[in-house]
Design a protein around this ligand. Structure first.
Ligand SMILES: NC(=O)c1ccc[n+]([C@@H]2O[C@H](COP(=O)([O-])OP(=O)(O)OC[C@H]3O[C@@H](n4cnc5c(N)ncnc54)[C@H](O)[C@@H]3O)[C@@H](O)[C@H]2O)c1
Length: 257
């Protein structure tokens, strides 16, 4: 699917990898709905000036991906504003702030699973229902997984499990092809604010920066664009690491029984 003329929803599109993806989509002639819990001051005006020459190419919708009504209104917003919806980038995510084994209740791990996994299933389902409502419509989904789905570290137990769930969900969705293609990108460590969540995470990113073992958001955004544009890709998870070319993780793709 060529990006030009398409409409994408990017969850968590205000910062980090999501923001870089938004800019790549706009650069390539797409339109974007940024679905995030927050929006930078003047951010939408700046994007419309830079990429639309004043025309509306980007809109913001306040969306907490853990709230189902927000997911429903995000899809409606894309159709109201741009009369179509072609691409979903399930990018919003958080790291946990507590040590899993020390926690006295489930609130932190519940929130990590709800944000990083449950929302991906729920918003993808709404998108698929939209595309399936008309035989002429097609759609593409890209999910953000993580290297930690394959190479878990003890720091983020619910996070690792959520990202492994995202990879599994992506493989399961393979059978929706060719009408709907679902892929995932599994980044290594990327220089973003997500590491503000805990002292352990901050220490890890600092250590990796010193080893030159971090990626920039644009590296991931480019792979997300490839997953959207390459019609031969479906049910794949692509790992992106510093200093080596991206590679597809071999997993069984679900087929229709
Ligand atoms: N940074 C990394 O090293 C790394 C590595 C692998 C995977 N990832 C994944 O990439 C994705 C983006 O991460 P990032 O590093 O750009 O993070 P980030 O913290 O820089 O940005 C996350 C964005 O998501 C938004 N967000 C958070 N909770 C939300 C919610 N409930 N509803 C809607 N929006 C919400 C934030 O406001 C923010 O704009 C996440 O899914 C993350 O797990 C990141």
């Amino acid at each position: 699917m060529k990006i030009k003329g398409t409409v994408s929803i990017v969850t968590g599109g205000t910062l980090g990898i999501g923001r870089a993806t938004v800019e790549q989509l706009l650069e390539l002639g797409g339109k974007v709905v940024i679905a995030d819990i927050k929006c930078g001051d003047g951010m939408i005006e700046e994007l419309n000036r830079k990429y639309g020459g004043g025309d509306k190419v980007a809109v913001y919708t306040k969306c907490n991906v853990t709230v189902h009504d927000d997911l429903v209104s995000t899809i409606s917003k894309a159709i109201e504003e741009f009369e179509r919806f072609d691409v979903l980038v399930n990018n919003a995510g958080i790291g946990g702030s507590q040590s899993f084994w020390d926690a006295q209740d489930t609130s932190d791990s519940d929130l990590v699973i709800a944000t990083n996994l449950t929302s991906v299933l729920n918003l993808t389902r709404l998108a698929v229902q939209h595309w399936n409502s008309d035989p002429e419509l097609t759609g593409v989904v890209v999910n953000l997984a993580s290297i930690l789905a394959f190479e878990p570290m003890p720091g983020g137990i619910p996070y690792n499990a959520a990202k492994a769930g995202v990879v599994n969900f992506t493989s399961t969705c393979a059978y929706l092809h060719p009408k709907i293609r679902v892929n995932a990108v599994a980044p290594g460590f990327v220089n973003t604010d997500i590491f503000q969540c805990s002292a352990l995470a901050l220490a890890e990113i600092k250590r990796r920066r010193e080893l030159n073992d971090v990626l920039e958001p644009i590296d991931i955004a480019k792979q997300i664009i490839k997953c959207i544009e390459d019609d031969s890709m479906y049910g794949e998870t692509v790992s992106v690491h510093p200093n080596i070319p991206p590679f597809v993780r071999k997993l069984h793709k679900a087929v229709y029984p």
